[in-house]
Design a protein around this ligand. Structure first.
Ligand code: GDP
Ligand code: GDP
Length: 446
């Protein structure tokens, strides 16, 4: 697999990509349907007529991968057919494994032999699929495909499913370490870090929440909670506020050094899934606030920004605050915001829904089909600008992970930073992600 460019370290797990290649009508889309297990998923079209490369999520024996259906490949094709062939070659270039499909009933043709040459040049692992072997009598036809020089042909009936288990087993063997599907386990309360510079009102808020809800609970059945954490019931749900031991005792007390405070903040973020960043709405957003916001952004956690001390905000201050927010929070316009007062209790009931929104975005998974439909429309309407006579194209995208959502764009070359930001902005416009950072990595084909 090629290097992932421009990506944070966490975007290292990309599902392996499998390209399905072959002449028109050999049964590629039928096979893709068989692999993804949803008969209706692939749009059937007129034989030989193009379809765009479309990736689908697939899974076999708990391993996930992406299958890319390609239009029929033909050598020396002209016009439209040439475009399809080029698309198929691009799909091969981005793939980790190629399923080369041949119609076993027809046997190998000149076109198949030309395709084999092209596949050899790609240096990708190729699995030879002898399709339309609907019954045992047809298996001899499959055997004759050894002559293609691609090793063992796998006799399959994409239509009826015959032999597809063996094929998928062989596919897994040929794939680079496919990420394992992690079993959803029963999880404890969601973990929240309450962060902010000294005196923004963290202890006051925690005390308010505990008082308001009359419930800092000591334990939740089946979970062990670190003694430095607090379990707080809020909006009908128990939340685990991490690393709050210091806060609970400390109301009114002088605060530690900033160095110590930032270590504390990082530790809390590390332990949490979502950060509630407290800012003092009655004062200007300071450098220290900015440093904490940077830590929060770096941590990749879901984010709620709570403007505290709202009881002190008058019309004048409000006016300046709006401008300040625009200027100082430019890096995280996507954070969920709430205006609260720990002192009066104003709007503290908005916190739980805000945290839920942020966490939902943080764990949002966009189905690959939907993602690519949207991407195709976007890149057609606004292609990458031409640079030095060439414009890199985005071939397709996958979302290999969540918490936070991570995307990989498979492209024909590196993208401009500006265009990448444009894609991110549009991605947010389409799918939301309010309260969550998203990561986008670009994987140019080699
Ligand atoms: P593609 O152009 O390579 O994607 O081929 P399609 O998947 O559209 O299939 C072409 C035709 O072959 C369709 O009429 C399919 O129903 C048929 N077909 C596909 N797989 C099989 C198979 O395993 N057995 C038989 N008998 N027909 C098949
Ligand atoms: P921490 O250092 O972030 O834990 O902040 P504290 O909770 O100790 O609060 C610092 C000071 O701000 C205390 O004097 C609080 O009474 C005051 N304070 C906290 N929240 C509010 C609020 O919503 N409104 C007002 N007016 N004062 C607040």
């Amino acid at each position: 697999m090629s290097e992932i460019v421009d990506s944070p370290a966490s975007v290292s797990v990309v599902n392996p990509v499998v390209a399905v290649v072959g002449r028109p009508n050999v049964g590629k889309s039928t096979l893709v349907n068989r692999i993804i297990g949803r008969r209706q998923a692939v749009v059937q079209d007129t034989p030989g007529v193009t379809r765009d490369r479309v990736p689908y999520d697939a899974e076999w024996l708990g391993r996930q991968f992406t299958v890319v259906d390609t239009g029929g490949w033909e050598p020396d094709a002209k016009d439209r057919a040439a475009a399809i062939a080029a698309q198929a070659e691009a799909a091969i270039a981005t793939a980790d494994v190629v399923l080369f499909v041949v119609d076993a009933v027809v046997g190998s043709t000149n076109v198949d032999e030309a395709a084999v040459k092209m596949l050899r040049r790609s240096h990708k692992p190729v699995i030879l699929v002898a399709n339309k072997v609907d019954n045992q009598n047809l298996e001899v036809e499959a055997t004759s495909l050894w002559s293609l020089g691609l090793g063992q042909p796998y006799p399959v009936s994409a239509l009826h499913g015959r032999g597809s288990g063996e094929l998928l087993d062989a596919l897994l063997d040929a794939m680079p370490s496919a990420p394992r599907v992690v079993e959803e386990t029963e999880r404890g309360p969601r973990r929240v870090a309450l962060v902010g510079r000294p005196n923004v009102g963290k202890s006051s808020l925690l005390n308010r929440l505990a008082k308001e809800e009359r419930a800092v609970v000591d334990s939740v059945a089946g979970t062990t909670v670190d003694p430095v954490d607090s379990l707080v019931e809020l909006g009908g749900e128990v939340w685990q506020f991490v690393d709050t031991a210091g806060l609970r005792k400390r109301v009114g007390q002088a605060s530690g050094t900033e160095y110590y405070a930032s270590l504390r903040t990082n530790a809390a973020l590390e332990a949490a899934e979502v950060a509630v960043v407290l800012l003092d709405a009655s004062e200007v957003i300071s450098e220290q606030d900015q440093r904490i916001l940077s830590m929060v952004v770096e941590s990749g956690r879901a984010v709620v920004i709570a403007f505290n001390k709202w009881d002190l905000v008058d019309a004048d201050r409000r006016h300046y605050l709006d401008k300040e927010i625009e200027r100082e929070l430019r890096r995280i316009p996507w954070a969920v915001r709430v205006n609260i007062s720990a002192k009066s209790g104003r709007a503290v009931d908005k916190l739980a829904p805000a945290i839920r929104t942020a966490l939902e975005s943080w764990e949002l998974r966009v189905p690959t089909g939907h993602l690519n439909q949207w991407l195709t429309a976007l890149t057609q309407a606004t292609p990458h600008p031409v640079r030095g006579g060439r414009a890199p194209r985005i071939l397709f995208a996958t979302q290999p992970g969540v918490s936070p959502p991570r995307f990989v764009l498979f492209t024909t070359g590196p993208l401009d930073a500006g265009y990448q930001r444009f894609v991110e902005r549009k991605l947010r416009e389409e799918f939301g992600f309010e309260g969550s950072p998203i990561e986008i990595a670009v994987k140019p084909r080699k």
